[in-house]
Design a binder for this molecule. Structure first.
Ligand code: CA
Length: 609
Protein backbone atom coordinates (compact mmCIF):
# COMPACT_ATOMS: atom_id res chain seq x y z
CA UNK A 1 0.00 0.00 0.00
CA UNK A 2 1.67 3.22 -1.19
CA UNK A 3 -0.94 5.51 0.35
CA UNK A 4 0.02 8.54 2.40
CA UNK A 5 -1.76 8.70 5.76
CA UNK A 6 -2.43 11.55 8.16
CA UNK A 7 -3.60 15.07 7.41
CA UNK A 8 -2.28 16.19 4.04
CA UNK A 9 -2.45 19.95 4.03
CA UNK A 10 -3.39 22.11 1.07
CA UNK A 11 -4.32 25.79 1.07
CA UNK A 12 -7.88 25.10 0.01
CA UNK A 13 -8.32 21.47 1.01
CA UNK A 14 -6.94 19.15 3.66
CA UNK A 15 -7.28 15.39 3.18
CA UNK A 16 -7.41 13.11 6.22
CA UNK A 17 -6.58 9.42 5.81
CA UNK A 18 -6.70 6.81 8.51
CA UNK A 19 -6.13 3.06 8.45
CA UNK A 20 -8.50 1.42 10.90
CA UNK A 21 -9.85 -1.88 9.54
CA UNK A 22 -11.78 -3.16 12.54
CA UNK A 23 -14.13 -0.24 13.17
CA UNK A 24 -17.68 0.53 12.07
CA UNK A 25 -17.44 4.31 11.89
CA UNK A 26 -14.72 6.96 11.94
CA UNK A 27 -14.79 10.74 12.49
CA UNK A 28 -12.40 13.67 12.33
CA UNK A 29 -12.82 16.04 15.30
CA UNK A 30 -11.59 19.59 14.70
CA UNK A 31 -10.53 21.65 17.74
CA UNK A 32 -9.46 25.26 18.22
CA UNK A 33 -6.51 24.33 20.44
CA UNK A 34 -4.28 21.41 21.27
CA UNK A 35 -5.16 21.77 24.96
CA UNK A 36 -6.77 18.36 25.34
CA UNK A 37 -8.57 19.15 28.61
CA UNK A 38 -10.55 22.00 26.98
CA UNK A 39 -13.97 21.44 25.47
CA UNK A 40 -13.32 23.50 22.35
CA UNK A 41 -14.57 21.18 19.61
CA UNK A 42 -15.30 23.07 16.39
CA UNK A 43 -17.01 20.18 14.66
CA UNK A 44 -16.90 16.43 14.21
CA UNK A 45 -17.04 15.16 10.60
CA UNK A 46 -17.74 11.58 9.47
CA UNK A 47 -15.08 9.88 7.37
CA UNK A 48 -15.80 7.81 4.30
CA UNK A 49 -14.99 4.13 4.28
CA UNK A 50 -12.73 3.05 1.43
CA UNK A 51 -11.08 -0.24 0.53
CA UNK A 52 -8.59 -2.07 2.73
CA UNK A 53 -9.68 -0.56 6.02
CA UNK A 54 -8.93 3.00 4.95
CA UNK A 55 -11.08 5.94 6.03
CA UNK A 56 -10.82 9.34 4.40
CA UNK A 57 -12.22 12.83 4.46
CA UNK A 58 -11.59 15.98 2.45
CA UNK A 59 -12.28 19.31 4.13
CA UNK A 60 -12.41 22.23 1.74
CA UNK A 61 -11.05 24.88 4.06
CA UNK A 62 -7.63 26.18 4.97
CA UNK A 63 -7.06 24.17 8.15
CA UNK A 64 -3.47 25.19 8.89
CA UNK A 65 -3.11 25.48 12.66
CA UNK A 66 -6.38 23.64 13.39
CA UNK A 67 -6.05 20.77 15.89
CA UNK A 68 -7.73 17.41 15.38
CA UNK A 69 -8.26 13.89 16.66
CA UNK A 70 -9.98 10.81 15.29
CA UNK A 71 -12.92 9.02 16.87
CA UNK A 72 -13.61 5.45 15.84
CA UNK A 73 -16.68 3.44 16.78
CA UNK A 74 -16.24 -0.26 17.35
CA UNK A 75 -19.14 -2.43 18.52
CA UNK A 76 -20.96 0.70 19.68
CA UNK A 77 -18.02 1.98 21.70
CA UNK A 78 -16.41 5.32 20.77
CA UNK A 79 -12.65 5.71 21.07
CA UNK A 80 -10.92 9.04 20.52
CA UNK A 81 -7.22 9.24 19.78
CA UNK A 82 -4.49 11.34 18.22
CA UNK A 83 -3.44 10.64 14.63
CA UNK A 84 -0.56 8.09 14.55
CA UNK A 85 0.65 9.90 11.42
CA UNK A 86 0.45 13.35 13.08
CA UNK A 87 3.09 15.76 11.77
CA UNK A 88 2.39 18.32 14.48
CA UNK A 89 0.68 18.15 17.88
CA UNK A 90 -0.40 20.34 20.76
CA UNK A 91 0.95 20.11 24.28
CA UNK A 92 1.77 16.55 25.39
CA UNK A 93 0.86 15.22 21.96
CA UNK A 94 -2.76 14.39 22.67
CA UNK A 95 -4.24 16.29 19.72
CA UNK A 96 -2.70 16.46 16.26
CA UNK A 97 -2.49 19.71 14.28
CA UNK A 98 -2.87 20.32 10.57
CA UNK A 99 0.34 21.97 9.49
CA UNK A 100 1.64 23.84 6.48
CA UNK A 101 5.12 22.37 6.70
CA UNK A 102 6.62 24.83 4.22
CA UNK A 103 5.86 27.63 6.67
CA UNK A 104 8.14 26.01 9.28
CA UNK A 105 11.28 25.94 7.13
CA UNK A 106 14.15 28.08 8.38
CA UNK A 107 15.82 30.48 5.96
CA UNK A 108 18.07 28.64 3.52
CA UNK A 109 16.39 25.28 4.23
CA UNK A 110 16.04 24.40 0.55
CA UNK A 111 19.84 24.57 0.21
CA UNK A 112 20.47 22.73 3.49
CA UNK A 113 22.15 19.37 3.04
CA UNK A 114 24.19 16.64 4.69
CA UNK A 115 27.68 18.12 5.17
CA UNK A 116 29.12 14.61 4.81
CA UNK A 117 27.31 13.67 1.64
CA UNK A 118 29.35 11.15 -0.31
CA UNK A 119 31.12 9.80 2.76
CA UNK A 120 30.91 6.19 3.86
CA UNK A 121 29.72 5.01 7.27
CA UNK A 122 33.33 4.21 8.23
CA UNK A 123 34.24 7.86 7.62
CA UNK A 124 31.84 8.93 10.39
CA UNK A 125 32.91 9.75 13.94
CA UNK A 126 29.73 9.89 16.00
CA UNK A 127 29.14 11.98 19.13
CA UNK A 128 26.10 10.88 21.15
CA UNK A 129 24.36 13.81 22.81
CA UNK A 130 21.16 14.64 24.73
CA UNK A 131 19.57 17.94 23.68
CA UNK A 132 19.22 19.18 27.24
CA UNK A 133 22.60 17.96 28.53
CA UNK A 134 24.28 19.96 25.80
CA UNK A 135 23.33 23.43 27.03
CA UNK A 136 21.65 23.31 30.44
CA UNK A 137 24.74 23.92 32.60
CA UNK A 138 25.16 27.61 33.41
CA UNK A 139 28.89 27.53 32.80
CA UNK A 140 28.43 27.03 29.06
CA UNK A 141 26.89 30.51 28.73
CA UNK A 142 24.69 29.13 25.96
CA UNK A 143 21.39 30.96 25.33
CA UNK A 144 18.11 28.98 25.11
CA UNK A 145 19.40 26.48 27.67
CA UNK A 146 17.90 23.01 27.31
CA UNK A 147 16.25 23.79 23.99
CA UNK A 148 16.66 22.89 20.34
CA UNK A 149 17.67 26.46 19.56
CA UNK A 150 20.63 26.32 21.96
CA UNK A 151 22.40 24.68 18.99
CA UNK A 152 21.87 27.84 16.95
CA UNK A 153 24.28 30.00 18.97
CA UNK A 154 27.86 30.19 17.80
CA UNK A 155 30.61 32.06 19.64
CA UNK A 156 29.59 30.87 23.11
CA UNK A 157 32.39 30.59 25.67
CA UNK A 158 33.09 29.74 29.26
CA UNK A 159 33.85 32.62 31.62
CA UNK A 160 37.52 31.98 30.92
CA UNK A 161 37.03 32.23 27.18
CA UNK A 162 37.11 28.60 26.01
CA UNK A 163 34.58 27.66 23.33
CA UNK A 164 31.40 25.88 24.41
CA UNK A 165 28.30 24.64 22.61
CA UNK A 166 28.29 24.04 18.89
CA UNK A 167 31.70 25.69 18.38
CA UNK A 168 33.21 23.20 20.81
CA UNK A 169 31.76 20.17 19.01
CA UNK A 170 32.89 21.49 15.65
CA UNK A 171 36.39 22.03 17.01
CA UNK A 172 36.53 18.49 18.41
CA UNK A 173 36.38 17.18 14.86
CA UNK A 174 33.56 14.65 15.09
CA UNK A 175 31.50 14.31 11.92
CA UNK A 176 28.05 13.30 13.22
CA UNK A 177 26.05 14.30 16.28
CA UNK A 178 23.70 11.52 17.37
CA UNK A 179 20.80 13.12 19.19
CA UNK A 180 19.11 11.07 21.87
CA UNK A 181 15.32 10.94 21.32
CA UNK A 182 13.88 14.12 19.83
CA UNK A 183 10.52 12.66 18.73
CA UNK A 184 7.59 13.42 21.02
CA UNK A 185 7.94 11.31 24.15
CA UNK A 186 5.73 10.92 27.20
CA UNK A 187 7.79 10.99 30.37
CA UNK A 188 8.11 14.77 30.65
CA UNK A 189 4.87 16.71 31.21
CA UNK A 190 5.19 19.60 28.77
CA UNK A 191 2.62 21.65 30.73
CA UNK A 192 4.71 21.78 33.87
CA UNK A 193 7.91 23.55 34.61
CA UNK A 194 10.18 21.53 32.36
CA UNK A 195 13.23 22.84 34.22
CA UNK A 196 12.43 20.48 37.07
CA UNK A 197 11.98 17.43 34.85
CA UNK A 198 14.47 15.29 33.02
CA UNK A 199 14.27 12.19 30.90
CA UNK A 200 16.29 10.58 28.14
CA UNK A 201 13.05 10.12 26.23
CA UNK A 202 12.96 6.42 25.32
CA UNK A 203 9.17 6.45 25.58
CA UNK A 204 7.60 7.35 22.25
CA UNK A 205 4.16 8.96 22.01
CA UNK A 206 4.18 10.53 18.53
CA UNK A 207 6.78 9.18 16.14
CA UNK A 208 6.63 11.92 13.51
CA UNK A 209 6.67 14.99 15.74
CA UNK A 210 9.51 16.61 17.70
CA UNK A 211 9.37 16.55 21.51
CA UNK A 212 7.68 19.63 22.97
CA UNK A 213 9.73 20.20 26.10
CA UNK A 214 12.78 21.20 24.04
CA UNK A 215 10.78 23.92 22.25
CA UNK A 216 10.03 27.46 23.38
CA UNK A 217 6.28 26.79 23.19
CA UNK A 218 4.95 23.21 23.35
CA UNK A 219 1.35 24.44 23.01
CA UNK A 220 1.73 25.74 19.45
CA UNK A 221 2.20 22.75 17.15
CA UNK A 222 4.28 24.67 14.60
CA UNK A 223 6.93 25.95 17.04
CA UNK A 224 8.65 22.66 17.89
CA UNK A 225 8.70 21.71 14.19
CA UNK A 226 10.38 24.98 13.24
CA UNK A 227 12.85 24.94 16.14
CA UNK A 228 13.88 21.33 15.55
CA UNK A 229 14.62 22.24 11.93
CA UNK A 230 16.59 25.28 13.09
CA UNK A 231 18.69 23.01 15.30
CA UNK A 232 19.40 20.61 12.44
CA UNK A 233 20.27 23.48 10.11
CA UNK A 234 22.65 24.93 12.72
CA UNK A 235 24.39 21.56 13.06
CA UNK A 236 24.66 21.26 9.29
CA UNK A 237 26.00 24.80 9.04
CA UNK A 238 28.71 23.79 11.52
CA UNK A 239 29.67 20.88 9.27
CA UNK A 240 28.02 18.29 11.51
CA UNK A 241 25.68 15.62 10.19
CA UNK A 242 22.73 14.64 12.37
CA UNK A 243 21.84 11.12 13.50
CA UNK A 244 18.50 10.60 15.19
CA UNK A 245 17.99 8.01 17.90
CA UNK A 246 14.74 6.24 16.99
CA UNK A 247 12.78 3.94 19.26
CA UNK A 248 10.35 2.00 17.09
CA UNK A 249 10.70 -1.16 19.19
CA UNK A 250 8.20 -0.12 21.88
CA UNK A 251 5.88 2.75 22.85
CA UNK A 252 5.37 4.67 26.08
CA UNK A 253 2.13 2.83 26.79
CA UNK A 254 0.79 -0.06 24.71
CA UNK A 255 -2.80 0.68 25.72
CA UNK A 256 -2.63 4.45 25.29
CA UNK A 257 -0.69 4.52 22.04
CA UNK A 258 -2.97 6.10 19.45
CA UNK A 259 -2.20 3.52 16.73
CA UNK A 260 -3.28 0.72 19.09
CA UNK A 261 -6.40 2.59 20.21
CA UNK A 262 -7.54 3.08 16.62
CA UNK A 263 -6.75 -0.45 15.38
CA UNK A 264 -7.63 -2.73 18.32
CA UNK A 265 -4.00 -3.18 19.34
CA UNK A 266 -2.52 -4.02 15.93
CA UNK A 267 0.79 -2.18 16.59
CA UNK A 268 2.05 -4.30 19.50
CA UNK A 269 2.91 -7.97 19.87
CA UNK A 270 0.52 -9.95 22.05
CA UNK A 271 2.09 -13.14 23.37
CA UNK A 272 0.62 -16.62 23.87
CA UNK A 273 -0.56 -15.59 27.35
CA UNK A 274 -2.67 -12.83 25.82
CA UNK A 275 -0.59 -9.95 27.17
CA UNK A 276 1.99 -7.70 25.56
CA UNK A 277 5.21 -9.40 24.60
CA UNK A 278 7.87 -7.55 26.60
CA UNK A 279 11.34 -8.23 25.25
CA UNK A 280 11.98 -4.50 25.44
CA UNK A 281 11.34 -4.55 29.21
CA UNK A 282 9.44 -1.34 28.57
CA UNK A 283 5.99 -2.93 28.68
CA UNK A 284 5.43 -3.82 25.02
CA UNK A 285 7.15 -4.79 21.75
CA UNK A 286 6.30 -3.45 18.32
CA UNK A 287 4.89 -5.96 15.81
CA UNK A 288 7.09 -4.74 12.96
CA UNK A 289 6.39 -7.95 11.03
CA UNK A 290 2.79 -6.83 10.44
CA UNK A 291 2.50 -5.08 7.05
CA UNK A 292 0.85 -1.87 8.23
CA UNK A 293 3.23 -1.51 11.19
CA UNK A 294 6.14 -2.04 8.83
CA UNK A 295 4.72 0.59 6.48
CA UNK A 296 4.28 2.99 9.39
CA UNK A 297 7.92 2.63 10.47
CA UNK A 298 9.26 2.88 6.90
CA UNK A 299 7.12 5.98 6.26
CA UNK A 300 8.24 7.53 9.54
CA UNK A 301 11.98 7.12 8.88
CA UNK A 302 11.56 8.41 5.31
CA UNK A 303 9.65 11.40 6.68
CA UNK A 304 12.46 12.41 9.05
CA UNK A 305 15.02 12.05 6.28
CA UNK A 306 12.89 14.05 3.80
CA UNK A 307 11.31 16.72 5.97
CA UNK A 308 13.97 17.21 8.66
CA UNK A 309 17.09 16.36 6.61
CA UNK A 310 18.23 13.72 9.12
CA UNK A 311 21.46 12.07 7.98
CA UNK A 312 21.48 8.88 10.03
CA UNK A 313 19.34 6.71 12.28
CA UNK A 314 20.38 4.87 15.42
CA UNK A 315 17.79 2.20 16.21
CA UNK A 316 17.14 1.47 19.85
CA UNK A 317 16.79 -2.30 20.53
CA UNK A 318 16.63 -3.08 16.83
CA UNK A 319 16.86 -6.76 17.74
CA UNK A 320 13.11 -6.57 18.35
CA UNK A 321 12.38 -5.46 14.79
CA UNK A 322 12.46 -7.85 11.83
CA UNK A 323 15.09 -7.83 9.08
CA UNK A 324 12.56 -7.21 6.27
CA UNK A 325 11.43 -3.98 7.91
CA UNK A 326 15.04 -2.86 8.38
CA UNK A 327 15.96 -3.65 4.77
CA UNK A 328 12.90 -1.83 3.46
CA UNK A 329 13.78 1.24 5.56
CA UNK A 330 17.35 1.28 4.23
CA UNK A 331 16.34 0.84 0.60
CA UNK A 332 13.46 3.37 0.73
CA UNK A 333 15.52 6.07 2.45
CA UNK A 334 18.50 5.48 0.18
CA UNK A 335 16.37 6.11 -2.91
CA UNK A 336 16.46 9.84 -2.14
CA UNK A 337 19.26 10.04 0.43
CA UNK A 338 22.02 7.56 -0.43
CA UNK A 339 24.35 8.92 2.27
CA UNK A 340 22.09 8.26 5.26
CA UNK A 341 23.69 5.83 7.72
CA UNK A 342 21.91 3.18 9.77
CA UNK A 343 22.91 1.25 12.86
CA UNK A 344 21.39 -0.06 16.05
CA UNK A 345 21.43 -2.26 19.10
CA UNK A 346 21.25 -5.80 17.76
CA UNK A 347 20.95 -7.54 21.11
CA UNK A 348 19.01 -10.78 21.23
CA UNK A 349 15.90 -10.42 23.39
CA UNK A 350 13.04 -12.71 24.16
CA UNK A 351 10.10 -11.37 22.23
CA UNK A 352 7.12 -13.26 20.81
CA UNK A 353 6.50 -12.39 17.17
CA UNK A 354 3.02 -12.65 15.70
CA UNK A 355 3.76 -14.95 12.78
CA UNK A 356 6.14 -17.66 11.60
CA UNK A 357 9.40 -17.23 9.70
CA UNK A 358 10.28 -13.84 11.14
CA UNK A 359 14.00 -13.13 11.48
CA UNK A 360 14.90 -10.40 13.92
CA UNK A 361 17.60 -7.79 13.27
CA UNK A 362 20.12 -9.04 15.82
CA UNK A 363 23.91 -9.09 15.43
CA UNK A 364 23.68 -12.72 14.33
CA UNK A 365 21.49 -11.66 11.41
CA UNK A 366 23.97 -8.99 10.26
CA UNK A 367 24.53 -10.90 7.03
CA UNK A 368 20.86 -10.42 6.18
CA UNK A 369 20.93 -6.63 6.68
CA UNK A 370 24.03 -5.52 4.75
CA UNK A 371 23.17 -1.79 4.89
CA UNK A 372 22.78 -1.71 8.64
CA UNK A 373 25.44 -1.64 11.38
CA UNK A 374 25.39 -2.98 14.93
CA UNK A 375 26.91 -1.85 18.20
CA UNK A 376 29.92 -4.00 19.06
CA UNK A 377 29.68 -5.14 22.68
CA UNK A 378 32.89 -7.17 22.31
CA UNK A 379 34.80 -3.93 21.83
CA UNK A 380 32.75 -2.14 24.49
CA UNK A 381 33.23 -4.78 27.19
CA UNK A 382 36.60 -6.11 26.06
CA UNK A 383 38.29 -2.78 26.66
CA UNK A 384 37.16 -2.14 30.23
CA UNK A 385 34.98 -5.00 31.43
CA UNK A 386 31.36 -6.02 30.99
CA UNK A 387 28.61 -3.49 31.55
CA UNK A 388 26.86 -6.18 33.58
CA UNK A 389 29.81 -6.90 35.91
CA UNK A 390 30.97 -3.62 37.31
CA UNK A 391 34.07 -4.93 39.01
CA UNK A 392 35.31 -6.74 35.95
CA UNK A 393 38.36 -5.32 34.24
CA UNK A 394 39.16 -5.39 30.53
CA UNK A 395 42.23 -5.45 28.34
CA UNK A 396 42.88 -1.70 28.72
CA UNK A 397 42.41 -1.79 32.48
CA UNK A 398 44.59 -4.75 33.39
CA UNK A 399 42.99 -8.01 32.23
CA UNK A 400 45.36 -10.63 30.83
CA UNK A 401 45.21 -13.03 27.90
CA UNK A 402 42.89 -10.89 25.83
CA UNK A 403 45.27 -10.17 22.96
CA UNK A 404 43.52 -12.38 20.42
CA UNK A 405 40.01 -11.19 21.16
CA UNK A 406 41.03 -7.54 21.12
CA UNK A 407 43.07 -7.87 17.93
CA UNK A 408 40.00 -9.30 16.24
CA UNK A 409 37.77 -6.51 17.55
CA UNK A 410 40.29 -3.93 16.34
CA UNK A 411 40.15 -5.39 12.86
CA UNK A 412 36.32 -5.60 12.96
CA UNK A 413 36.43 -9.38 12.90
CA UNK A 414 33.56 -10.45 15.08
CA UNK A 415 31.75 -13.78 15.07
CA UNK A 416 28.67 -12.05 13.65
CA UNK A 417 30.29 -9.81 11.03
CA UNK A 418 33.65 -9.00 9.52
CA UNK A 419 32.42 -5.90 7.69
CA UNK A 420 33.67 -2.64 9.22
CA UNK A 421 30.64 -0.91 7.68
CA UNK A 422 28.44 -2.98 9.99
CA UNK A 423 30.41 -2.60 13.21
CA UNK A 424 29.97 0.32 15.60
CA UNK A 425 33.11 0.59 17.73
CA UNK A 426 32.59 2.18 21.12
CA UNK A 427 33.16 1.70 24.80
CA UNK A 428 30.71 4.12 26.40
CA UNK A 429 27.32 5.59 25.56
CA UNK A 430 24.35 6.96 27.54
CA UNK A 431 23.64 3.55 29.08
CA UNK A 432 25.66 2.36 32.09
CA UNK A 433 28.56 4.24 33.67
CA UNK A 434 30.60 6.82 31.84
CA UNK A 435 33.99 5.54 30.74
CA UNK A 436 36.11 7.19 33.43
CA UNK A 437 33.56 6.25 36.14
CA UNK A 438 33.48 2.64 34.99
CA UNK A 439 37.26 2.41 35.09
CA UNK A 440 37.37 4.06 38.52
CA UNK A 441 34.83 1.55 39.90
CA UNK A 442 36.83 -1.48 38.73
CA UNK A 443 40.29 -0.07 39.53
CA UNK A 444 39.99 1.62 42.96
CA UNK A 445 43.65 0.72 43.49
CA UNK A 446 45.16 3.11 40.92
CA UNK A 447 45.65 6.88 40.94
CA UNK A 448 43.77 9.34 38.79
CA UNK A 449 46.62 9.77 36.36
CA UNK A 450 46.53 6.03 35.64
CA UNK A 451 42.73 6.02 35.34
CA UNK A 452 43.03 8.70 32.68
CA UNK A 453 45.70 6.75 30.83
CA UNK A 454 43.39 3.73 30.81
CA UNK A 455 40.53 5.91 29.59
CA UNK A 456 42.64 7.18 26.74
CA UNK A 457 43.97 3.78 25.80
CA UNK A 458 40.34 2.68 25.37
CA UNK A 459 39.72 5.76 23.25
CA UNK A 460 42.75 5.26 21.02
CA UNK A 461 41.83 1.63 20.49
CA UNK A 462 38.22 2.01 19.38
CA UNK A 463 38.84 5.32 17.61
CA UNK A 464 41.54 3.85 15.37
CA UNK A 465 39.87 0.47 14.90
CA UNK A 466 38.17 -0.69 11.70
CA UNK A 467 34.46 0.13 11.91
CA UNK A 468 32.54 3.27 12.82
CA UNK A 469 33.61 4.90 16.11
CA UNK A 470 30.98 6.31 18.44
CA UNK A 471 31.45 8.12 21.74
CA UNK A 472 29.25 9.48 24.46
CA UNK A 473 29.40 13.28 24.56
CA UNK A 474 31.88 14.39 27.18
CA UNK A 475 33.91 11.17 27.20
CA UNK A 476 36.78 13.31 25.93
CA UNK A 477 36.41 15.62 28.92
CA UNK A 478 36.28 12.72 31.37
CA UNK A 479 32.57 13.08 31.90
CA UNK A 480 31.45 11.73 35.23
CA UNK A 481 27.94 11.15 36.56
CA UNK A 482 28.05 11.52 40.32
CA UNK A 483 25.07 11.09 42.61
CA UNK A 484 24.47 13.22 45.69
CA UNK A 485 25.96 10.53 47.92
CA UNK A 486 29.17 10.65 45.89
CA UNK A 487 28.70 7.29 44.16
CA UNK A 488 28.54 6.92 40.38
CA UNK A 489 25.20 6.86 38.56
CA UNK A 490 24.93 4.00 36.06
CA UNK A 491 21.43 4.71 34.77
CA UNK A 492 20.80 8.45 34.65
CA UNK A 493 17.66 8.32 32.47
CA UNK A 494 15.69 10.48 34.89
CA UNK A 495 18.44 11.94 37.03
CA UNK A 496 18.88 15.65 37.56
CA UNK A 497 20.78 18.05 35.35
CA UNK A 498 23.46 18.08 38.05
CA UNK A 499 24.18 14.44 37.20
CA UNK A 500 23.62 14.57 33.45
CA UNK A 501 24.65 17.97 32.12
CA UNK A 502 27.86 18.56 30.20
CA UNK A 503 29.90 20.55 32.71
CA UNK A 504 31.39 23.22 30.49
CA UNK A 505 33.46 24.73 33.30
CA UNK A 506 35.67 21.63 33.07
CA UNK A 507 37.03 22.75 29.71
CA UNK A 508 38.83 25.53 31.58
CA UNK A 509 40.78 23.05 33.70
CA UNK A 510 44.21 21.85 32.62
CA UNK A 511 43.59 18.12 33.16
CA UNK A 512 40.43 18.17 31.06
CA UNK A 513 41.86 20.45 28.39
CA UNK A 514 44.76 18.09 27.87
CA UNK A 515 42.38 15.19 27.47
CA UNK A 516 40.20 17.01 24.98
CA UNK A 517 43.33 17.72 22.94
CA UNK A 518 44.21 14.03 23.01
CA UNK A 519 40.79 13.06 21.61
CA UNK A 520 41.04 15.80 19.01
CA UNK A 521 44.33 14.36 17.78
CA UNK A 522 42.91 10.85 17.67
CA UNK A 523 39.92 12.00 15.65
CA UNK A 524 42.09 14.05 13.30
CA UNK A 525 44.45 11.09 12.82
CA UNK A 526 41.56 8.80 11.94
CA UNK A 527 40.16 11.35 9.50
CA UNK A 528 43.55 11.81 7.85
CA UNK A 529 44.11 8.14 7.08
CA UNK A 530 41.85 6.14 4.83
CA UNK A 531 43.71 3.00 5.93
CA UNK A 532 41.95 3.33 9.28
CA UNK A 533 38.54 3.66 7.66
CA UNK A 534 38.39 0.64 5.35
CA UNK A 535 34.87 -0.35 4.49
CA UNK A 536 35.01 -4.08 3.80
CA UNK A 537 36.37 -7.14 5.54
CA UNK A 538 38.35 -8.02 2.40
CA UNK A 539 40.15 -4.68 2.50
CA UNK A 540 41.02 -5.15 6.17
CA UNK A 541 42.35 -8.67 5.57
CA UNK A 542 44.49 -7.38 2.76
CA UNK A 543 45.80 -4.15 4.29
CA UNK A 544 45.90 -4.65 8.06
CA UNK A 545 48.07 -7.23 9.84
CA UNK A 546 48.60 -7.74 13.56
CA UNK A 547 52.29 -7.87 14.49
CA UNK A 548 53.55 -11.11 15.98
CA UNK A 549 55.94 -11.94 18.84
CA UNK A 550 55.01 -8.97 20.96
CA UNK A 551 55.41 -8.60 24.74
CA UNK A 552 52.46 -9.85 26.79
CA UNK A 553 49.23 -7.84 26.46
CA UNK A 554 50.72 -5.56 23.81
CA UNK A 555 48.96 -5.22 20.47
CA UNK A 556 50.38 -3.68 17.32
CA UNK A 557 49.16 -3.46 13.76
CA UNK A 558 50.74 -2.83 10.42
CA UNK A 559 48.64 -1.02 7.83
CA UNK A 560 49.91 -1.10 4.29
CA UNK A 561 48.52 0.82 1.38
CA UNK A 562 49.51 -1.72 -1.25
CA UNK A 563 50.22 -0.08 -4.59
CA UNK A 564 48.52 3.05 -3.28
CA UNK A 565 45.12 1.55 -3.88
CA UNK A 566 43.56 3.15 -0.82
CA UNK A 567 43.26 6.45 -2.62
CA UNK A 568 42.15 8.39 0.44
CA UNK A 569 45.45 7.84 2.19
CA UNK A 570 48.80 9.18 1.15
CA UNK A 571 50.57 7.15 3.84
CA UNK A 572 52.13 4.03 2.40
CA UNK A 573 52.42 2.30 5.75
CA UNK A 574 51.25 2.92 9.29
CA UNK A 575 52.28 1.11 12.46
CA UNK A 576 50.13 1.48 15.55
CA UNK A 577 51.05 -0.09 18.88
CA UNK A 578 49.04 -0.26 22.10
CA UNK A 579 50.58 -1.10 25.44
CA UNK A 580 48.17 -1.69 28.35
CA UNK A 581 50.98 -2.72 30.73
CA UNK A 582 52.01 -0.47 33.60
CA UNK A 583 55.57 -0.33 32.30
CA UNK A 584 56.99 0.55 28.90
CA UNK A 585 58.03 -2.17 26.48
CA UNK A 586 60.23 -2.34 23.42
CA UNK A 587 58.87 -3.76 20.22
CA UNK A 588 60.78 -4.22 17.01
CA UNK A 589 59.21 -3.47 13.71
CA UNK A 590 59.73 -6.07 11.01
CA UNK A 591 62.74 -5.71 8.74
CA UNK A 592 61.87 -5.16 5.15
CA UNK A 593 63.91 -4.75 2.00
CA UNK A 594 64.18 -1.01 1.97
CA UNK A 595 63.36 -0.61 5.61
CA UNK A 596 63.44 2.98 6.58
CA UNK A 597 61.39 3.78 9.62
CA UNK A 598 60.53 7.40 9.63
CA UNK A 599 59.14 8.44 13.02
CA UNK A 600 55.45 8.12 12.23
CA UNK A 601 52.90 10.73 13.17
CA UNK A 602 51.25 8.04 15.25
CA UNK A 603 54.20 7.95 17.62
CA UNK A 604 53.44 11.48 18.56
CA UNK A 605 49.74 11.09 19.27
CA UNK A 606 49.68 7.63 20.72
CA UNK A 607 52.03 8.41 23.54
CA UNK A 608 49.46 8.94 26.20
CA UNK A 609 51.15 10.89 28.93
CA1 CA B 1 6.24 15.01 24.84
Amino acid sequence: MKKEFGAIYGESVTTFSLWSPTVNEAFVNLYSTGDYWKKDLIKSLPMKSEEDGVWSLEVEENLAGVYYTYTVVINGKSIEACDPYAKAVGVNGQRAMVIDLASTNPEGWSQDKNPHAGDRITDAVVYELHVRDFSIDESGNIPDKGRYTAFCHTGTKTDKGNPTGIDYIKDLGVTHVQLMPIYDYGSVDERDDTDSQYNWGYDPVNYNVPEGSYSSNPYDGAVRVREAKEMIKALHDAGLSVVMDVVYNHVYSGDDFCFNKLTSGYFSRINSKGVYSNGSECGNDTASERPMVRKFIVDSVCYWADEYHIDGFRFDLVGLLDVDTINEIVSEVHKNHPDVIFYGEGWTMSTEVTKKNVTLATQEAAGLTPGFGYFNDNMRDGLKGSVFEKDEIGWATGAKKMEKQMANSFMAKEPWSCNPSQIVQYTSCHDNNTLIDRIAISRPDVDRKTLIKMNNLCAAFYMLAAGMPLMQAGEEMLRSKVKEDGSFESNSYKSSDAVNAIKWSNVDKEEYRRNIEYYKKLIAFRKKHGLLRLESGEEVSKNVKPLKNLPKNVLAFHFENKDGEVVIDDAKEIYIAFNPNATSVNISLPEEEDSLFVPPISAEILVNS
